[in-house]
Design a protein around this ligand. Structure first.
Ligand code: UGA
Length: 432
């Protein structure tokens, strides 16, 4: 099938590349022409394992190309997938300006009847708005059907998730359009659930908010465990063995970050407010996470009340491993607070340092390895559970740091591993 994808951010690019991999003819559009040039050379603007190889293979096979022209992207296409960003507006709701621009351009350039699939995460009711917007700007020659197809992939494992997802959601009012869109995803071999437009839109927010709730729940319990002398890891293990609860997303830490959970929980709360309903559970999840993102600073200040001129190693900056994404990363708050308290920060992240420069104040020094970051520093703080950081030997901290103290915001080490290393180890929800 001939399909266009509008927007080459995380979701759009991965979707376009994976659909070409299963044999569809894909044109991806982005209005940034310099980005398009790079993409046509198989250069990915995002870090995602395996993506560039898959891009190259399908570009070479003539199934995948990139353009900045709507005329080119829309010519003779059966289906167009909208995957533009829906960032958070100042009031917490989703910003729809990019989506509206895409609707107008589609309306002005479509050359036949069209199925428009929205993959961007959008407030409930937006797909009906998409249909109206396109019809408003179109000259009436062709018909438009809209389908909601929210995305559930995770950064850093996006290709794996596309081919091994738990479900694909296809929501729409026209049975024919739903069937046609379902057929393009069938080669992924993932169960497909078909539903109405509004329920499909809601499934996405509900899923992300529920996962965020699991994380905030275990994070609050970790704070309680510390106060009553329990170990949150054992608690999570014991809970997770109950299949009704499940063992995923019960890792306590410094809170969730990234481009999705913070934005989608706020947007869901804003949706509820717009219909005069208080979504108290989600509001409390958001507040809990804001506190949890800086909990490590409280731990640090208990041990080192005066941070003036302290030289601190910060290991990991990205909001999670295997990504260079710094959006809403807990490290931003923590590094800022340490710098504000007069400390000097020496940070190491395997790939996010470049992006971190735009988020963090000038007082941060970027190091090239864990060794370099900790060498001669007063103490270390772990913010991201990169494999490389987890595999770093606990004994080596004691050798390199002036004070052998590590604050671990991701519980990278088992407590047994720390025994006899001479390290004073402060983690999350476990005995010190
Ligand atoms: C999340 C969802 O997992 C995807 O299903 C969804 O498609 C995506 O948002 C989206 O809406 O586009 P992502 O933000 O890439 O994916 O990352 P996750 O792996 O879900 O992690 C989110 C945050 O939660 C990270 O900061 C991670 O460190 C934190 N987390 C995760 C925990 O603190 N504890 C856990 O047990 C799990």
């Amino acid at each position: 099938m001939k399909i266009s994808v509008i927007g080459t951010g995380y979701v759009g690019l991965v979707t376009g590349v994976c659909l070409s991999e299963v044999g569809h003819e894909i044109t991806c559009l982005d209005i940034d022409s310099r980005k398009v040039e790079r993409l046509n050379r198989s250069e990915s603007p995002i870090y995602e394992p395996g993506l560039e190889d898959m891009m190259k293979k399908n570009i070479d096979a003539g199934r995948l190309d990139f353009t900045d022209s709507y005329e080119t992207a829309m010519r003779g296409r059966d289906i167009v997938i909208i995957a533009v960003g829906t960032p958070q507006a100042d009031d917490g709701s989703a910003e729809l300006v990019y989506l509206n621009n895409a609707c107008r351009s589609i309306a002005e350039t479509m050359t036949n009847d069209m199925i428009v699939v929205t993959k961007s995460t959008v407030p409930v009711g937006t797909n009906e708005h998409v249909k109206n917007e396109i019809e408003k700007h179109h000259n009436g020659s062709y018909s438009v059907e809209v389908i909601s197809n929210p995305e559930f992939l995770r950064e850093g494992s996006a290709i794996h998730d596309t081919f091994n997802g738990d479900r694909i959601v296809v929501g729409g009012e026209s049975e024919q359009a739903v069937e046609k869109v379902k057929s393009i995803f069938e080669p992924f071999g993932v169960p497909i659930i078909m539903t109405d437009l509004r329920s499909a839109e809601m499934i996405k927010y509900a899923s992300n908010a529920f996962l965020a709730t699991k994380i905030s729940f275990i994070n609050q319990l970790s704070n309680l465990c510390e106060r009553i002398g329990a170990n949150v890891e054992s608690v999570a293990k014991g809970m997770g063995m109950d299949k009704r609860i499940g063992d995923k997303f019960l890792n306590a830490g410094v809170g969730y970050g990234g481009s999705c959970f913070p934005k989608d929980t706020s947007a869901l709360s804003a949706i509820a407010q717009s219909v005069d309903y208080d979504l108290t559970i989600v509001d409390s999840v958001i507040a809990t996470n804001e506190g949890q993102q800086r909990i490590i600073v409280d731990k640090i200040k208990k041990v080192f009340p005066d941070l003036e001129n302290k030289r601190i190693a910060v290991l990991g900056l990205a909001f999670k491993p295997n990504t260079d994404d710094m959006r809403d990363a807990p490290s931003i708050k923590v590094v800022r607070e340490l710098v504000d308290a007069g400390a000097e920060v020496y940070a190491y992240d395997p790939i996010a340092s470049e992006n971190a420069r735009t988020y963090l104040p000038g007082a941060t020094n970027y190091m090239d390895s864990v060794e370099e970051a900790i060498d001669g520093k007063d103490f270390a703080v772990i913010m991201t559970d990169w494999k490389e950081i987890k595999e770093y030997s606990p004994e080596d901290y004691a050798k390199s740091l002036t004070n052998p103290v590590v604050f671990d915001g991701r519980n990278c080490y088992g407590l047994k591993e720390i025994e006899n290393t001479g390290l004073e180890y402060h983690s999350i929800g476990r005995p010190t």
